[in-house]
Unconditional design. Structure first.
Length: 458
């Protein structure tokens, strides 16, 4: 009887050698991006509009996009697997978005008064996510901010429970234990609350209880340690900021039960998973409806957009005037036109079938390469999302993720970039495909990975 081969470690010297070669090629082909970065640093910290865009060896400046492709300032063409951190599931320059936005802007883009499109979008989100009431925002940060405020008002409590290593936006309440260092993070079953950066008051940090993902016992114990103090537990139903980490069977439903047993609410942060994993996001895919859901990114068709939805009794706090939820650009006419086209005309059942087909090409091809070369990696695909984790065993939580090979992630990013595929940088990121990606686009990613595998074992 033959036994399956076991993954074999990759020599660090080989990774370093290939990284040096690929980094040199990257720099040679992108001199304009380097020049622009240096110019931008004169008036912008790090030379980028957002810290997430800063990555070694320097950021790639993108000039334009069309369909599944983008072109950088040096004229290099890429198949776009980055897609704006998961925003552009409609692809670039989607004709339906172009038509909707062009028509809307010709008639006025902003009035700070409601328009008919926002009603249609709210109704569609209610149908998809099973929550009846919706308000709009302009980003994921604003959506999770509103969710926390609603939970606190509804329960009369100030404490928040979050998962270790989840990013829920850059407001103080949740910018805690996003990626804490091993020296600071504390015990695995009761992690410490660690501020993500300077400028966050310790009094805010003290209101946050941190628990590991996929661990109901830790959540239960934390509620017992802080009885009647925690307003909600907020969770990405599939973690998307340390690669992709899927919930174990029964975990999400169990988390809702734990929260409700202790008088707290369950909040899903579906900024990344919403309408990308399924029509109703992770709530739909995993068949668990939370009390509040937060959306952004993909629902706006490439424009800044966010939404928060919830149960009737929770959202009544807004209509009763007990909770303030406002913003000059909330539900603006331009964004709502794009969101309506995205939800009603583009992300149809056919789109999700297309995502599944692309996922089969990616998952099957990558699994075959991993097996052929005995690589200590694994791939996960779900709907429009997917990623490679540079660890042989499945990742269940942040502590597992710390065992991934980040040097390998950086090499893979360089290798794909130099061969015409743009990925979001960083070991924690994953890919997003769009309705305009083809199976040939997906195969290009697989072929590049296969070429890298041969080099690693060469």
């Amino acid at each position: 009887m033959t036994t399956a081969s076991q993954p074999k470690a990759i020599a660090p010297d080989r990774i370093a050698q290939l990284t040096e070669r690929e980094e040199a090629a990257f720099k040679t082909a992108r001199t304009r991006s380097l020049t622009l970065t240096e110019q931008a640093r004169q008036h912008s910290p790090g030379g980028v509009p957002s810290s997430f865009q800063s990555s070694p060896p320097f950021p790639i400046f993108i000039n334009r996009g069309k369909g599944s492709r983008v072109w950088d300032a040096d004229g290099n063409e890429y198949i776009d697997f980055h897609n704006g951190f998961g925003v552009n599931v409609v692809g670039h320059g989607n004709p339906k978005i172009v038509e909707a936005v062009s028509r809307r802007i010709a008639e006025g883009s902003h009035f700070a008064q409601p328009g008919e499109d926002f009603i249609v979008v709210a109704e569609e989100l209610a149908n998809r996510f099973g929550l009846p009431q919706w308000r709009f925002t302009n980003s994921g940060t604003e959506s999770t901010l509103d969710a926390v405020r609603l939970a606190r008002a509804f329960t009369g409590r100030e404490g928040i429970m979050k998962i270790e290593a989840t990013y829920h936006g850059h407001h103080d309440s949740l910018m805690v234990s996003v990626e804490p260092s091993p020296e600071e993070m504390g015990p695995a079953d009761a992690p410490r609350a660690v501020p993500q950066s300077e400028g966050i008051p310790q009094a805010i940090v003290d209101l946050v209880t941190v628990v590991p993902f996929n661990n109901l016992d830790a959540a239960e114990a934390s509620f017992q340690r802080r009885p009647d103090q925690i307003a909600c537990i907020i969770v990405e139903p599939a973690m998307m900021n340390i690669g992709i980490v899927t919930p174990e069977p029964g975990y999400l439903g169990g988390l809702r039960d734990v929260a409700h047993r202790h008088g707290a609410l369950l909040v899903f942060d579906e900024v990344k998973t919403g309408v990308t994993l399924a029509p109703g996001g992770a709530s739909d895919r995993f068949r668990v409806t939370p009390d509040i859901v937060c959306l952004a990114k993909a629902i706006g068709g490439g424009l800044p957009c966010g939404a928060v939805g919830g149960r009737e009794d929770i959202m009544a706090l807004i209509s009763d005037g007990r909770v303030s939820q406002m913003g000059t650009f909330n539900g603006n006419a331009l964004t709502m036109a794009a969101a309506r086209a995205t939800l009603m005309e583009i992300l149809t059942p056919m789109a999700y079938s297309h995502f599944d087909a692309l996922g089969e090409v990616l998952q099957g091809g990558l699994d075959q390469v991993i097996k052929e070369h005995d690589l200590p990696f694994h791939a996960i695909t779900m709907g429009a999302r997917g990623g490679m984790t540079y660890r042989a065993e499945r990742v269940r939580n942040y502590r597992d993720y710390l065992e991934t090979d980040k040097s390998m992630a950086y090499l893979s990013w360089l290798f794909q970039s130099n061969r015409g595929v743009l990925m979001a940088p960083g070991a924690e990121e994953n890919w997003t495909v769009s309705v305009q990606h083809s199976e040939a686009d997906a195969q290009r990613f697989v072929d590049n990975f296969a070429a890298l595998a041969k080099e690693l074992r060469g």
